[in-house]
Design a binder for this molecule. Structure first.
Ligand code: GUN
Ligand code: ZN
Length: 427
């Protein structure tokens, strides 16, 4: 994106081949904000999002999650759920998502295709797991997992989608043998791939990892010594990481995805975000559907503020995160966690224009604005009201598909006609 003077409209129209009728002026209650970045979401689990969050993590995986993910061997079911999760997240303002698929390569490739078709920026991972699934049919052998991951990555690289990339996805240490972890780490290194997994989400999980990997210093060390903790890694949760482990995250440049809805719904724990920031570790927000029951990043923002307030009430911290800081986590923080901060995350000139156009006065809006909210430019109160009360995003604008100009400072912009049909597509 770039910024130009509104007074130069005629000259710009000639240079960029747009017509005056394509220019639209924002009202003073409307504003653009950077697209939301969901750094951790399980696309297949969207099929039961909003239900079944009544068990702790390991029982929840056995009772609900693995049996559901098994169904994604059926490509028609996968198509239905994946179409819906991409549409739903876009509608909620997620312009970039980091998806877990299932162990099924073809369904995971379909997820990537659907994501590309709808114009969402994404990482897509075929899940790897060769042990401890507790649902015998939902497991791969180590060899299958490696072979299928190679097939997944090579097909993704062949497709060469402009905004959708593959990501290495060992489910978590409890469902991967040391051999599998090592081989995936090597493959990630060879192809310079992004990596995602889970870490230190729940007390019983941390204990089980300790017992299963007695030769490692701690949970972080299991990933680190298998080449899975790099500056392209994003690990979900991290509620129970020690200071020493956070230091290793910092040294490696690895990131954490904070998933407060999931941590509360499955009674997993509280992540101390201020402590993570103090260690200068990259951090973004995630919905973790369906451990988190909401696919909305606005929900993740609200829960993150509340969790931080709880840590303050309990005197674990001396202050809480501000709404502004949490908004940063949902946008720029997420882009840093996914290594995309040169392309997205805010409206720096030269970045892509992944933007949301917010209209707090849209029909049926859940937000009431009063005279004090609307003096001059969009006030911070309007933005705060949107973050706390907003429901869905009025219009999502994804760029790169279309050149977009901001003329002046956000008061005028070019509205390419083809964009309307794209919006109709998912709104
Ligand atoms: N740990 C391993 N798999 C999962 C999963 O699907 N969801 C969550 N929240 N944690 C996990
Ligand atoms: Zn997860």
């Amino acid at each position: 994106m770039f910024l130009e003077e509104a007074s130069q409209q005629e000259k710009l129209a000639k240079a960029w081949y747009f017509k005056p009728c394509e220019i639209r002026e924002l009202s003073n209650h409307e504003f653009f904000m950077p697209g939301l970045v969901d750094t951790h979401i399980h696309a297949p689990q969207y099929s039961f999002a909003g239900s079944n969050v009544d068990l702790p993590l390991l029982d929840w995986l056995t009772m609900y999650t693995f049996p559901t993910e098994l169904k994604f061997q059926n490509i028609d079911f996968a198509e239905e759920v994946y179409t819906r999760v991409v549409r739903r997240t876009l509608k909620n303002g997620t312009t970039t998502a980091c998806y877990f698929g299932t162990i099924h390569t073809d369904s995971s490739l379909l997820l990537a295709e659907i994501t590309d078709k709808f114009g969402q920026r994404a990482f897509v991972g075929k899940v790897c797991m060769d042990m401890n699934t507790s649902v015998p049919e939902y497991k791969e052998t180590t060899e299958e997992s490696i072979k299928e991951t190679e097939r997944f990555v090579s097909r993704m690289l062949q497709k060469n989608y402009s905004r959708v990339k593959p990501i290495m996805t060992p489910r978590f240490s409890l469902s991967c043998s040391e051999t599998l972890l090592g081989k995936l780490g090597n493959m990630a290194k060879t192809h310079n791939l992004h990596i995602q997994s889970h870490i230190s989400e729940n007390v019983n999980e941390v204990e089980a990892v300790k017992n299963l990997f007695p030769d490692y210093k701690n949970y972080t060390d299991v990933y680190d010594r298998n080449n899975l903790l790099t500056n392209k890694t994003v690990m979900a949760h991290g509620c129970y990481l020690s200071t020493e482990e956070l230091q290793v995250f910092k040294e490696r440049g690895a990131a954490i995805s904070h998933c407060p809805n999931s941590n509360l719904s499955l009674s997993s724990g509280f992540l101390n975000v201020l402590e993570v920031l103090k260690h200068d570790v990259k951090i973004g927000l995630g919905t973790d559907v369906a451990g988190g029951y909401s696919a909305s990043m606005l929900d993740a923002i609200r829960r993150a503020v509340m969790v931080s307030n709880i840590l303050l009430i309990n005197k674990i911290n001396e202050k809480s995160l501000t709404l502004k800081e949490v908004f940063r986590l949902a946008t720029l923080g997420g882009s840093q966690a996914l290594g995309l901060d040169k392309e997205i995350g805010n409206f720096e000139v030269g970045k892509e224009f992944d933007a949301l156009l917010i209209n707090p006065k849209a029909s049926d809006s859940p937000i009431d604005l009063f005279s004090g909210d609307l003096v001059g430019d969009t006030s911070e109160a309007v933005i705060q009201k949107f973050l706390y009360l907003g429901r869905w995003i009025y219009v999502s604008v994804l760029n790169k598909i279309f050149p977009c100009l901001l003329l002046g400072y956000g008061s005028l912009y070019v509205w390419p006609h083809r964009l309307n049909s794209m919006c109709d597509h998912f709104i």
